[in-house]
Write a protein that binds this ligand. Structure first.
Ligand code: MN
Length: 574
């Protein structure tokens, strides 16, 4: 350690000893939101100097270009891209995202510690720095059945792992409010280790923000309005502005951001489908979008770099300054932000030679579907003729849903789908312990006109969720999902039209990101024959099971009213 320090100090004093010099560039100073001409000296993967350096062992000429920090994503679930961490890194690093803060609660809900171990091992093979926060709520609530339970004792050993930087989104607000001993121990042990605790305050009132901030939970990515963002900033809660595939909050939150408070905002993704990610990136895209809508480019860059590092207590990342890690982008435009050169750990990254070795998937994770046979009778929703029902209403561009009291079609005392009125049946089948537990409900706004779709990506318990216009296609979709041991399936007229196998816990593919993109394109082509707006229908479906996001959701135990935090019947008493 001392020798390493000596080498940095020596190179700072004598930059000719630096490993790499970036010359003639315009440095983006994210501390004071300005740019200035200077050379940058790099030694042993660290920036050791900013000044005028005529020589160095290796020189990169940045004449006419900007030199800025590598992008940091403040919160992302890699599993939502449906590829493993090392493949995720290969797909995304080309956009200049050199570090992500990830929460592996998806695979943890399926496979517990074995799932976390796989993610840590696979992430270690990546060019990108994939930093992890420990999943705080597995299961997310007691109102669903997932694949594993993680207590404070289960998590504690991971706190000393070199890439673990804190506790991930605390979604179970009642467990904090009621001072649940295990939840308080998770928070305590994390803050005692000097690490940060992430929030998840979707739809919570200001009093709940007081509870979270008082409990040491001081960042949140669930604000969906400018008012909600300001309420968080005023209580010392850092606001992560989310722009993903299903949740697109950036434009709504932009009005809240100004030069005075910009340090309390940063960009995150949460969940993004692979094809969109490979097409446009993540927080780089969010920064571009913000700039296109009037945000000062330097503030946007600060929100995609330094502010995320500060939010998560990552000391050596997020800026171009001595002592910071040399994760650097060289670009010709502060608007498009597309990096021409990416420097990672002080070395110029060769995009044609990215790391691509992957961890072995444990057999228990490869065969994670333990589903009791599903019968047609189990799919039925008893309703009397003329009886109104509570219907889950999809909200475009949001993962919140509406709770709608609606007239629905019935036949012989059971609900029947009414695709013309965009009302279809939805079931969640428990698939971890063969309990046969099945929740059934009605969803409107999914846009499914024919057939059925099934998925084992169903936040957060990742049971098997199926939506359909008829029972026969729904049953076939369930059978195909089980045969594949997890994945996405579309069925119409008694035939499987397309599928994307996801063997890693039923939520990630074993294939390369390029192969999965091809499978997704075929899936979307076939989906277009069944549904309007088919691009994100599986991502939307995956959030209809999440009982910590308002208002009305469906778990394997039935319809769940998030506001009253309890299960309710589908039929409204006549
Ligand atoms: Mn999730």
């Amino acid at each position: 350690m001392t020798d390493a320090l000596k080498r940095l100090i020596q190179a700072a004093q004598q930059p000719e000893k630096a490993d790499l010099i970036i010359q003639n560039g315009t440095v983006v100073d994210v501390f004071s939101l300005e740019t200035f001409e200077a050379d940058v000296a790099i030694k042993d993967g660290y920036i050791v100097g900013i000044g005028t350096y005529p020589n160095g062992k290796q020189v990169v000429d940045a004449s006419g270009k900007y030199v800025m920090p590598g992008f940091i994503d403040g919160h992302i679930h890699i599993e939502s891209t449906m590829v493993t961490p090392s493949e995720f890194s290969r797909a995304l690093i080309q956009y200049g995202v050199t570090t992500v803060v990830t929460d592996p609660h998806e695979i943890a809900n399926v496979a517990g510690k074995i799932g976390i171990d796989f993610m840590l091992e696979d992430a270690a093979n990546a060019d990108m720095d994939i930093l992890m926060k420990l999943p705080s709520c597995v299961p997310a609530t007691p109102f669903e059945q997932n694949g594993a339970t993680l207590t404070a004792d289960d998590l504690r050993p991971y706190l000393t792992h070199p890439t673990v930087i804190g506790l991930a989104e605390v979604m179970d607000y009642p467990s904090v409010l009621n001072a649940n001993p295990d939840m308080l121990e998770k928070i305590r042990m994390t803050t005692e280790a000097g690490l940060e605790v992430d929030g998840h305050a979707a739809g919570l009132p200001d009093t709940a923000l007081n509870v979270y901030s008082s409990a040491g939970i001081r960042n949140d990515h669930e604000a969906v309005t400018a008012e909600e963002a300001i309420a968080r900033v005023r209580r010392g809660i850092h606001v992560l502005v989310r722009e993903g595939s299903a949740a697109k909050d950036l434009l709504a939150l932009l009005p809240a951001i100004n030069e005075r408070n910009s340090r309390r905002f940063s960009f995150c993704t949460d969940d993004k489908h692979l094809d969109e990610l490979a097409e446009e990136g993540t927080v780089n895209y969010a920064a571009q979008l913000a700039i296109q809508h009037g945000l000062d480019p330097l503030i946007a860059i600060q929100m995609a770099t330094l502010n995320n590092a500060v939010c998560h207590g990552i000391q050596e990342k997020g800026a171009i300054a001595p002592g910071y890690l040399a994760d650097i982008l060289i670009t010709d435009s502060l608007e498009t932000l597309h990096p021409e050169t990416i420097i990672k750990d002080g070395r110029v990254l060769e995009l044609a030679a990215l790391k691509n070795s992957r961890a072995v998937v444990p057999e228990a994770v490869r065969s994670s579907l333990h589903l009791k046979k599903v019968t047609k009778a189990a799919l039925q929703i008893p309703l009397q003729k003329g009886q109104k029902a509570w219907v889950i209403g999809v909200v475009p561009g949001r993962i919140i849903t509406e709770k709608i009291a609606a007239d629905v079609q019935t036949e012989d005392g059971f609900f029947v789908a009414d695709p013309q009125n965009d009302q279809v049946k939805m079931v969640v089948c428990e698939r971890h312990h063969q309990t046969g537990s099945i929740g059934a409900g009605i969803v409107s706004g999914l846009g499914l006109k024919r057939g059925a779709i099934a998925s084992t990506v169903a936040h957060d318990s990742h049971n098997l969720v199926v939506a359909g216009t008829n029972d026969e296609d729904m049953l076939l979709a369930i059978e195909e999902a089980e045969r594949m041991q997890g994945g996405l399936v579309i069925v119409d007229g008694g035939k499987v039209l397309a599928s994307v196998p996801l063997r890693v816990g039923g939520i990630m593919s074993e294939k390369t990101y390029e192969e999965v993109i091809v499978e997704l394109h075929v899936l979307h082509e076939q989906l277009a024959t069944l549904a309007e707006e088919s691009q994100n229908i599986f991502m939307i479906l995956s959030f209809l099971c999440l009982p910590v996001i308002p208002r009305l959701k469906l778990t394997d135990k039935g319809l769940f009213d998030v506001d009253s935090f309890q299960h309710i019947a589908v039929g409204i008493p006549m």
